[in-house]
Design a protein around this ligand. Structure first.
Ligand code: ATP
Ligand code: MG
Length: 553
């Protein structure tokens, strides 16, 4: 895709204007995750946008952990987030940053605000504070503690910091305007008491800055020029600007908002994803059914397919929900072009070729990819006994069924045409074997008697193959909007989202499968080695995605 030809999105327009007018000389963005969960497809959008803009305009992008909420944060999440960003193909500039790196500076600036009479320690309980705050239709009321003297505020704030008060006993608030039409401006809290261990700062602090107080200042300290976030922060922008104007910050970042990415048939909220993990609905944050980046990686989605998908959703200020099939389309498109081909029989049924000598062995050849010659040719052992899929045989069928039927012919992909003679059944009537014949001289040719085969099926040699397990995934939720209107998303978890097949037969050339990219198992879909559970002696493949969209009405 040529960057110059695509119309600019609204953020690119702003950046180009800022570069042209000289407001900035170099673009600097940041991706600011809170390390309280694994990243999901929505975060991928923010990553591609922030890092992508930095790349496009030859600027840079920081990775900053917004770690102001110690109770919910964890080092495990920090590591997973770093891995996800790099896997998506991006690199932050220099070291990673933590908002907690700025705790000292933020504390000093808070003291500065107190000294200027712009901040005060407030003893209202959370419930009282809510009452005093007013509503969208009613102005708030000034806190009775609003007019404390500078000296008293300095002393109380120092006591807060020293751990002399209980959690919730008081907070530090900035003095703006309790009647402001924007509720965010009604003397927001900038420090709360939290007696919690912090994963970066240990027990150094028992007061923590609010997100609003910390975020813009972190941007200013890092020299971020464009602080890009999602639309729910639009209302916070005046407060963002207030801090920048009222503190001696080293630079003047601006905030811009875009609409979040929402995808149907899933949930994208770390809290809800955590619930799925905690309640054992899925095997972990990286379960292949999860919309997390690690889940998608586990399943076989490629970084390119995720970047392409995100790109296809555009950057706007209008909220909406993207159809998950748009994501699946990007995955299929990438894999169709780049996945090596192979044959795997998922539900094996043995076929004995009665006219093929027992000790005869042949090797068929097949392209690694139908239209790429940079893929190695595959060698397929062939013998008297083979496996085909149960769905590919019927005793009788109408003309629409173009697979193997008694008395009819079918082509084995890359091998002979065969004709079925007999179905052998067990006592319960289940077909356990098919007897058939090869039609001589039909490898790569039509039969001499002129009776052609109607269809082509895949197969695997019964004496020379690899056993494997295959995990088939379906959407995690049966409802299109699992959490719409406050619905409990746990009620629409799809009970059939995972199906395990333990007796699959894989062609020999995959005895040591590639772990960089999924394979296309011909006629079945795209399958990726399960990098967590697969063992050389017990191969496990995850179905990334089927060949076609089977959900389309
Ligand atoms: P969640 O609601 O899942 O907890 P969050 O917004 O609290 O997400 P953060 O870790 O704060 O998660 O997000 C880091 C960055 O990713 C923020 O800039 C946020 O705006 C952005 N982001 C989060 N979710 C989405 C989304 N669905 N679409 C686009 N950007 C998102
Ligand atoms: Mg957040």
């Amino acid at each position: 895709m040529s960057d110059n030809k695509k119309p600019l999105n609204f953020i690119e327009k702003i950046i180009e204007d800022d570069l042209a007018s000289g407001r900035i000389s170099r673009l600097k963005t940041r991706f600011p995750p809170e390390p309280n969960g694994y990243l999901h497809i929505g975060h991928a959008k923010s990553i591609c946008l922030n890092f992508g803009l930095a790349k496009k305009y030859k600027g840079s992008c920081n990775l900053r952990f917004d770690d102001t909420n110690p109770e919910k944060e964890d080092e495990e999440f920090v590591e997973s987030i770093k891995q996800d960003v790099q896997w998506l193909g991006f690199q932050w500039e220099g070291d990673i940053h933590f908002t907690s790196d700025y705790f000292d500076q933020l504390y000093e600036w808070a003291i500065g605000l107190i000294k200027e009479g712009k901040a005060y320690v407030c003893d209202l309980s959370p419930d009282e504070a809510r009452e005093y705050r007013g509503s969208l239709t009613e102005p708030g009321k000034n806190s009775p503690y609003r007019n404390r003297s500078v000296e008293e505020n300095l002393e109380l704030f120092e006591k807060m910091r020293a751990g002399e008060f209980d959690e919730g006993a008081c907070s530090l608030r900035v003095k703006i305007d309790m009647a402001h039409p924007n509720m965010q401006m009604r003397d927001p809290i900038i420090y709360r008491i939290k007696k919690a261990m912090h994963h970066q700062t240990g027990d150094k602090w028992c007061i923590y800055p609010s997100y609003d107080y910390a975020h813009g200042q972190g941007d200013a300290i890092e020299g971020i020029t464009h602080s890009i976030c999602t639309l729910e922060f639009e209302e916070h922008r005046p407060l963002y600007d207030w801090f920048i104007q009222n503190l001696p910050v080293p630079s003047e970042p601006h905030q811009y908002e875009f609409s979040r990415l929402n995808v149907n048939y899933t949930v994208t909220s770390k809290r809800k994803l955590k619930q799925l993990v905690d309640e054992g609905v899925v095997s972990g944050w990286d379960d292949p059914r999860m919309p997390t980046i690690s889940g998608m990686r586990h399943r076989g989605y490629t970084p390119k397919s995720i970047r392409d998908f995100v790109e296809s959703t555009g950057v706007t200020r209008t909220d909406g929900v993207v159809d998950v099939s748009q994501l699946e389309f990007s995955v299929r498109e990438d894999l169709n072009e780049n996945a090596p081909r192979a044959m795997c029989v998922l539900n094996p049924l043995k076929v004995v070729l009665t006219n093929y000598p027992e000790d005869k062995r042949e090797t068929m050849t097949a392209p690694g990819h139908p239209n790429r010659d940079d893929f190695a040719e595959r060698l397929l052992p062939f013998s008297r006994e083979i496996y085909i899929d149960r769905d590919d045989f019927r005793e009788e069928a109408n003309k629409k069924y173009k697979r193997l039927v008694l008395g009819k012919r079918v082509r084995l992909r890359n091998a002979y045409i065969i004709e079925a003679d007999e179905a052998i059944k067990d006592d319960s009537g289940e077909i356990i074997e098919v007897r058939a014949r090869v039609i001589e001289n039909t490898v790569g040719k039509n039969p001499e008697d002129g009776i052609k085969a109607k269809g082509v099926i895949h197969w695997v040699c019964a004496t020379n193959h690899v056993n494997c397990e295959v995990r088939l995934y379906d959407r995690l939720f049966t409802e299109e909007f699992p959490d719409a209107g406050g619905k409990d998303f746990m009620n629409s978890v799809n009970p059939e989202s995972l199906k395990v097949l333990t007796n699959c037969k894989l062609e020999m050339s995959l005895s040591k499968p590639n772990t960089d990219i999924p394979y296309q198992f011909e006629r079945e879909g795209y399958f990726f080695v399960d990098l967590k559970d697969s063992r050389p002696e017990h191969l496990i493949f995850n179905r990334t995605i089927g060949l076609r969209d089977t959900w389309n009405k």
